[in-house]
Ligand binder design. Structure first.
Ligand code: IMP
Ligand code: MG
Length: 181
């Protein structure tokens, strides 16, 4: 949807309800807790889209979990990422020797996560895994290993539960998509 920022959008029907989301996030928390049993982990929230998912997910993981945040930007605005990924806000803490779980809102082209994972792996962590709330595999341009996926979605522009369009709609407790008005 690049270059269509002038178009007005309206919110379409609910794609995932609050209840569906909460149930799935609980399942993901259980799976992650089993995989990291006896270990501690650093949950890295990718700002800002993953804030809501992160806050729900970590409360379903009864292990020693510390938090950190990172913000990546793929240059450009609107609904398309450009491919050049830079870190706008880095982690506050060292991840050397730690189990890192990157918590992401949605994987689209895969560029952001591929770049982030590579950058974090340079810092000698014990492990780096990825948990994403949504996956849009039909849009993938680069390969990236994703360890935990909440829901797979079709190629629509999705908002709610942390995901935005022009910084709006992040606070919707459900998932919907935008339609041209
Ligand atoms: P990627 O580098 O193309 O995988 O871009 C991933 C980032 O683009 C996500 O972390 C989101 O911030 C944003 N993004 C991709 N698709 C959507 C969408 O459908 N709704 C809202 N944000 C999206
Ligand atoms: Mg994001």
């Amino acid at each position: 949807m690049a270059g269509r920022d002038h178009i007005m959008y309206k919110v379409a029907e609910t794609m995932l309800t609050e209840e569906q989301i909460q149930n799935r996030v609980k399942e993901m928390g259980l799976e992650i807790s089993k995989d990291y049993e006896g270990e501690s982990l650093v949950a890295v929230c990718t700002l800002k889209g993953a804030m809501i998912f992160m806050s729900d997910l970590v409360r379903e993981i009864p292990l020693t979990v510390t938090f950190d945040t990172i913000a990546a930007s793929s240059y450009g605005s609107g609904t398309e990422s450009s491919g050049v990924v830079t870190i706008k806000k880095d982690l506050d803490m060292s991840i050397e020797g730690k189990n890192v779980l990157i918590v992401e809102d949605i994987i689209d082209s895969g560029r952001t996560l591929k770049a982030l994972k590579e950058k974090l792996l340079e810092r000698n962590p014990k492990s780096v895994k990825i948990a994403t709330f949504l996956d849009k595999p039909s849009r993938r341009q680069v390969e990236v290993d994703v360890d935990y996926i909440g829901f797979t979605v079709e190629d629509k522009f999705i908002v709610g539960y942390g995901l935005d369009y022009d910084e709006q709609y992040r606070n919707l407790p459900y998932i919907t998509c935008l339609e041209e008005e």
